[in-house]
Design a protein around this ligand. Sequence first.
Ligand code: SF4
Length: 245
Amino acid sequence: MESKLFILRRGMNAFQDGPGNRFVVHMQGCNLRCPWCANPESIPLQGVQMATTPPKWSCTEIGVAALVEECVQAKPLLFGGGGITFTGGEPTMQFEALRAALLLCRARGIHTCIESNAAHPHLPELFPLIDFLILDCKHYDSEAHRRWTGQGNESITENLRAAGRQREQLLLRIPVVGGVNATVADAAAFRKHFAALGLAHCPVEPLRYHAYGKPKWRQCGMEYTMQGADLTDAGWAAFCAALDG
Ligand code: SF4
């Protein structure tokens, strides 16, 4: 039976989700529950009815072969070392369909990237199919990670360690959220955490908190609970400087 993917949307995006101009596929479903999430409609694996005008369902279903064919047709646009990026939500929530899509991309000569929260325990099985890997780390402390996302960071830590051992094309991302992980001491702790995992050489991209996704929480029938999470410009600069060491 043909593999199918549930996706929020797909489209071109340059130099943000991997190298070059890319065909970016946002996949439905996430295993974490970050209260700052900018795409809350991506969280339920089964999708969600959004209270827009007119109301709309968050995701659509597409066959893996059809999706990859769209990317093949877009090949002339994949300049600058571009290719396909699977992001979310969390792409590994549809693990076998994602594996099938990556395999097919490989067979069709498409450069592959995934952006993942790194929480799926079998994530390293996909490493041989991924050319460029973007992994999030939301907190270095497992209890804080559990408090803010609903899960401890143990599997994430193991996957980051495995990525450091097996990968060269690796980018780490930290969503920097006031009151969660945004102090200078937090930045130093992230550096220490990454060094302990053999990732001191890896580029790290901090992402500044924003509340752009707030209206979508209401449209999804969920309460947006983040408060006081904005960073001042000075606080953001201090975090970034401390992260750089
Ligand atoms: S991991 Fe990403 S998609 Fe999932 S809840 Fe957190 S911010 Fe949202």
